[in-house]
Design a protein around this ligand. Sequence first.
Ligand SMILES: [Zn+2]
Length: 318
Amino acid sequence: MARILNSVRGHQEIVDRLLGAAGHGQLPSTFLFVGPPGVGRRKIAMGLAQALVCEKSKIACGECGPCLRVAQGASEAVRLVMPEKTQIKIEQSREILDFLSLRSLSRSRIVIIDDAQTLNPQAGNALLKILEEPPENTYFFMIAPSARHVLATLRSRSQIVRFGSLTEDDLRSERPAPEWALQSALGSFERLESFLDRDEVRLRGLAWQILARWSQDEPIFLDPEAREWMKDRSSLLSLARYWIMAFRDAMMFQAGETRRLFNSDQKQALTQLAQLPAEKLALMMRLALDLETGITAQRDPQLSFEQFWILSRREVQA
Ligand SMILES: [Zn+2]
């Protein structure tokens, strides 16, 4: 069964409304789907594309030729456009116009523009006319994190649909994962996957090990292993983000708010951290944020980490 909408989690009301409109031939031609990454915006656009090309059912059968080809990413009726490197350029808009100038053999044609916020002004302008007067049975789905990131001229021609985060149950039903990962994912499959990556799981464990040594004031700088990750910008960036979450959790824990922890599997370590006064924890979190900023601003990773360690230890002992 290759009916894409069957694998969508959450957003039931939006899906029902759009399918209903499509079934009555009342679907607007241009949509802007906005919401956080990893909640299913593109999958829903693909699922609607199936419904719009299906030969058997107005809500997509998932089994006919056109449905199968959409599911395989091989449909002649669907064009998916994504940024090349960081932008969608005018050549890509011209390709869309070429695609729509061909005679259509299917019920509908669908253009899905992912990361529509990256359409540069020329590329966006090239599409204005066709969005204003689209050929019959042609549908555009633009996808972006928020409406304000998209060129105003495109936004004003679109029906905006807002997607919220998914619930932990939505995530769990699709992707079994430890509780801490489901909670830390903040309703995004993309974020969830990033936490389940093997390297990330290792780095998260390492972040807590380092924090334990930090609590004991055990020097870490001479470890050969520590020398490795201290120099590696991307590892250190992940570590910094886990420390931010750890200090944030310790503050929540201290305030008795234990339901919304990112590190619900680390209660013992959190109990220990939470013994620090609240203002110290806030300061630790700020130092960890400074570390993150330093690394992303291309400062020397090892120096940034040493500064974080020394300043935070000094604060704890003061
Ligand atoms: Zn079908």
